[in-house]
Structures are given as C-alpha cells and as structure tokens.
Design a binder for this molecule. Structure first.
Ligand code: ADP
Ligand code: MG
Ligand code: MG
Length: 309
C-alpha cells in the first residue's frame, strides 16, 4: 500500500451522453492515472452504444424495434441490469419512474424542435404505447419482452448514474482507492481523498439555499430545471414527464438523492421529481438506505423537504 504522500490528484473531463463527465482520482503516477481514466471513459462509450436512444443501431433501439413481435429478446447483461433496476423502481413508485416513456419523450423532442405544442390526441396516442407493466423481464438468460407494438424504451432517467457506477468500477480495477465520477450531476464516490474526511459536495435547492457535505463510498444524484425544457406560451415544461399525463412537469422542482448505488440515486431523483413531496415521503419506506432533499415551487410557494442531514 502506498502512503498518502505518494499519491497525486488528477482530474479529467469528457463530454459524453450529452453531459460533461468529470473524473477525479488519486494515483501514484501519470501512467496509472491516464490508463484508468482512458479505460473508464471507454467503458462509458461502450455503454452509450448500448443505451443511446439517438442511435438507430443501439441495443436498446433494436430491442424496442421488436416490441409487439411476441418475442423474448436476449440482451446484454448491462442492459438487463439497467432495466431490472428501472422496473423495481417503477413498481415501488407506482410508475412515477417509467423507462417505457420513449414514445412520449420522442413526441416532445419533436414538438420542441418544431415549437408546436402536441395536440391532446397525439399525447394520448403516445401514452397508449407506454406502461412499465408491458415490459417483461426474465433473469434466466437476460431476456426482455415488450408486449405492445410501438413501445420504445428510454433510460435517460438512470443511464448516467449507471455509467458513473460502471466507470468507477473500472477505475477501482487499477488499484485506485479514491475517485469521484460526476456524470452530469450523477456522482459516484469511493474512499475520501487522502488525508480528508470526505469528498466535499455542495448541493443547491435551486435558489438561495446551499448545503455542503463530506461524503465517501456513496452516490448522489440531482435532477431539476435545467436548460432542457420546452417553453410554450410562456410556460416551461421540464424534460421529465409525468407518466400519468404525458406532459413535462410544470412546477419547478429540485431533487437531490443520496443512495448507496448511483443508478438507484439517478432513478429516484427523477421519480421523486414526478411524485412530489407527499408521495415521495410514502415511497421512501422502500428505500431505507437513501436520503432525499426535495424542493417544490408552486404558485410562488416553496415547499422544502430535506432529510439529507
Ligand atoms: P438528467 O439526465 O437530464 O439529469 P433525469 O435523470 O431526470 O435528468 O433524466 C431525464 C430523462 O429521463 C428525460 O430526458 C427522459 O429521457 C427520461 N424521462 C422523462 N420522464 C421520465 C420518467 N417519468 N421516468 C423515467 N424516465 C423519464
Ligand atoms: Mg438524462
Ligand atoms: Mg434521473
């Protein structure tokens, strides 16, 4: 084991999955640091080939193309693992998180590009092809069945958390003990930086209140109003969709989740944004190892539920 004094801090950044991915790690020398970072980013690239909804040939889009065929499709372990976590969280949040929202997300992307608000009928049509219960998983052989034609999976709500987890696994395989991967606000942390009490992470409720924490061996995800929204007649709709209405969230919400697993943290940050404070309190009983900070703004009123302490 190397002593702390022999370790240097390295940081790397690369744009991936539409977000900046930042990796900080402590390593004995440049060659170890560079090798670990290159392999970690390669792993994310590989995952993007599987999960990207922008690429026709991605594994997830090929799977969606088989929806309604009645076929159980064998998928990679990675894709199966993501879908299994997604399905578990859908069940525990009464569908607030739903990876089958692809048709609705696509419709909104199209609408945002054109600047035209979709007609009620178009929204209903897209919604009719969604529903997590129509996605069946068989852990024997990692098989997936999409029961209805026109279904389309979208794992944008937990993909970056999963990628951060996988990247950190790669970094660890180089013998590196202290590392942080920040995948566009989905952060996975290992041991504290040498000689410190933890990684200093500051989260904000979106207006004035900031909170700095020292964390290690855990993960943290934030979700909230960003540049990714659609504005129509002066109203901003989030890119997070309410699966019940098929419309982007109207109210401005900021959600922060700390969880032992980065994929779960990412999914919960999205799910709780949809569910709001009252329902999230109820769902939290299924996630005893997670903590959440949720701020809602509706009609100028701010409701703040903070259990990060
Ligand atoms: P970001 O990745 O932008 O930080 P999220 O983790 O909340 O934010 O993911 C938002 C993405 O998740 C959307 O762009 C869309 O692809 C997908 N999505 C939207 N609404 C939902 C939902 N209710 N459940 C699951 N995924 C969703
Ligand atoms: Mg996303
Ligand atoms: Mg998310």
């Amino acid at each position: 084991n190397l002593s702390y004094a022999q370790l240097n801090r390295y940081s790397f950044e690369k744009g991936m999955m539409g977000s900046p991915f930042k990796l900080v790690l402590y390593a004995p020398d440049d060659s170890v640091a560079n090798a670990a970072a290159n392999s970690a980013f390669k792993r994310v690239e590989k995952l993007n080939e599987i999960m990207s909804d922008y690429r026709d040939g991605s594994e997830i889009n090929l799977l969606s193309a088989q929806s309604g065929s009645g076929k159980w499709v064998a998928v990679s372990k990675e894709l199966f693992d993501i879908l299994a976590i997604s399905q578990d969280i859908s069940q525990k949040t009464e569908g607030a998180f739903d990876a089958t929202l692809g048709p609705v997300v696509q419709m909104w992307r199209h609408a945002t590009r054109k600047g035209i608000f979709p007609a009620r009928q178009e929204i209903e049509e897209a919604l009719s092809k969604t529903g997590f219960k129509k996605m069946k998983l068989d852990a024997d052989g990692y098989k997936v069945l999409l029961a209805q034609k026109g279904m389309r999976l979208d794992i944008g709500g937990l993909g970056k958390g999963f990628a951060a987890e996988e990247a950190i696994k790669v970094v660890k395989s180089y013998g590196i003990k202290s590392a942080m991967m920040d995948a566009g606000g989905k952060i996975v942390l290992t041991d504290s930086p040498p000689g410190t009490g933890g990684w200093k992470i500051t989260v904000s409720n979106g207006s004035d209140s900031l909170k700095t924490m020292e964390l290690s061996n855990t993960s943290l995800a934030t979700s909230g109003p960003t540049y990714r929204y659609m504005e129509y007649k002066g109203v901003r709709y989030s890119h997070i969709v309410d699966p019940k209405t098929g419309v982007g969230l109207l109210y401005h919400v900021r959600t922060t989740v700390i969880s032992p697993d980065g994929t779960v943290a990412d999914a919960l940050a999205t799910a709780f944004s949809v569910a709001g404070i009252a329902k999230s309190k109820k769902y939290m009983k299924f996630f005893p190892e997670s903590k959440v900070w949720l701020v809602e703004k509706q009609n100028e009123q701010v409701a703040d539920w903070n259990m990060l302490e």
